[in-house]
Design a protein around this ligand. Structure first.
Ligand SMILES: [Fe+2]
Length: 274
């Protein structure tokens, strides 16, 4: 198959399981059957968001990968105040960011109808380590999560209707993970030629995306959007479940450092970072 085309999200795909809207009240619609994601696009950017993006992109504001357990959304602001660096951003920006993430925590509790949030947060430049995948939650947890990328390139995704079969997707995923592991091992061992060989195979696989129907496109979440998306119960991972059971997505693989915030119901599990 030829290299996949990347398109921005558009509203005419609502019937295919992805809702794109300006209305944050619609995030709960991710609970509806056959809905994989609700993408709430921002109306505009505030001054604090411009300041935050600039601080992240020049490396002044950095957050090493961390996982924060929040028992109730009301505690989110307190946990974040204690856990976030104040270097590189001014007081007002930090307060606005904490409030924004606390709002996401409250939204997740509402849509998952369950107290407790696992919050993953980090600033990092995208890498080629991870290709298309789905996120999982622990057994019997509400299969929903929220994602917000504050700056830089948005997450890519495909529509369920464009996937030929989960068996084809898992064949891709297994091969992708194997190539990524070999690439990393060769890098660690200082085997530059081997590393380049595995990386080349990995990139070719990501260009072809053999689990997609001919003519399908890869779509992209707009910068600053909030995404509510359907996860998979970890017990179903690698099984022959319906394609629409979870949102198939992928981080960009290059570009500026981004601030990534990912929230899932608290209680264990193995969700992917973004
Ligand atoms: Fe993910």
């Amino acid at each position: 198959m030829a290299a996949q085309q990347i398109q921005s999200a558009v509203v005419d795909i609502e019937s295919s399981g992805v809702v794109v809207t300006r209305d944050a009240a619609r995030l709960d619609e991710v609970r509806l059957a056959d809905t994989q994601a609700v993408i709430v696009t921002p109306g505009g950017r505030s001054d604090w968001e411009f300041g935050l993006a600039a601080a992240v992109e020049r490396g002044a504001f950095r957050i090493p990968r961390k996982v924060l357990s929040i028992r109730h959304a009301e505690e989110a602001a307190h946990v974040l105040e204690a856990g976030l660096s104040s270097d590189g951003i001014d007081f007002e920006t930090r307060v606005a960011l904490v409030d924004d993430i606390a709002d996401l925590a409250a939204r997740l509790e509402r849509l998952s109808r369950r107290a407790g949030i696992m919050l993953r947060i980090f600033t990092e430049a995208p890498t080629e380590l991870c290709g298309f995948h789905l996120d999982t939650v622990g057994p019997r947890l509400p299969p929903f999560g929220l994602l917000k990328i504050y700056n830089g390139e948005g997450t890519r995704y495909v529509l369920a209707a464009d996937v030929t079969a989960m068996s084809a997707f898992y064949a891709y995923l297994g091969r992708r993970e194997g190539l990524s592991a070999k690439w990393r091992a060769a890098c660690v061992a200082g085997q530059a030629m081997e590393a380049e060989r595995w990386r080349g195979e990995m990139c070719a696989l990501d260009r072809s995306l053999p689990f997609l129907r001919q003519g399908s496109v890869v779509r992209q979440v707009p910068a600053g959007a909030i995404v509510a998306f359907r996860h998979l119960d970890v017990r179903e991972h690698w099984s022959a479940h319906p394609v629409g059971r979870a949102w198939l997505h992928c981080s960009p693989m290059s570009g500026v450092p981004r601030l990534v915030v990912n929230l899932t119901p608290l209680g264990g599990g193995a969700a992917r970072p973004d």
